[in-house]
Design a protein around this ligand. Structure first.
Ligand SMILES: [Zn+2]
Length: 173
């Protein structure tokens, strides 16, 4: 696979031709960063390092740039194995699993919660692509942006619904 240049990576980011692993999406959430911060890191950043996985031989590009708030941060970018078609990137996951490269991820709809306490927001029906081979899961760039839009507009797009929220206590373990 040809090595990704920073120019190519930026083009892919600008055209929303990328996916984010659920793991990476959760890390963003934990760090109070959004997909716009991730894109900012790449659009302002440089490839700081290339690491080749000794087992899979795949190359991971470590990109160091700045978040929207100007804070230095790093992210890892790798290319997805051969693409079938990307005519409709908003619905289709246009390649093989970025983790194992052996199967085409399948669409699932998931419910996810964001924030906590009074700020808790539940979003249902989020399209998530899951690899039937290795279990890795992804959100498309479009999905990440839509989640951000829903979070920003929650006052107007969310409806209030009584839900049961329980808290797990360690003492009960
Ligand atoms: Zn896989």
């Amino acid at each position: 696979m040809p090595q990704l240049s920073i120019t190519r990576i930026r083009d892919l980011v600008r055209s929303l031709n990328y996916v984010v692993s659920v793991h990476a999406a959760e890390e963003l959430e934990d760090d109070n960063l959004t997909i716009l911060d991730l894109e900012s890191i790449i659009l302002t950043g440089k490839i700081a390092e290339r690491q080749r996985d000794s087992k899979t031989r795949e190359v991971k590009n470590v990109i160091r740039g700045r978040t929207l708030a100007g804070i230095e941060a790093e992210t890892v970018v790798k290319s997805v194995p051969p693409v079938r078609s990307s005519s409709s990137p908003s619905i289709s996951f246009s390649g093989l699993c970025a983790s194992c490269g052996l199967a085409a991820p399948q669409l699932r709809r998931v419910t996810r919660t964001f924030g906590k306490g009074k700020d808790l927001l539940v979003i249902e029906g989020i399209p998530m692509w899951s690899c039937p081979r290795c279990g890795e899961s992804y959100f498309t760039a479009q999905t990440m942006h839509e989640i951000e839009r829903i979070k920003a507009l929650r006052k107007s797009v969310a409806i209030e619904r009584p839900v049961s929220v329980a808290e797990y206590h360690d003492e009960a373990a």
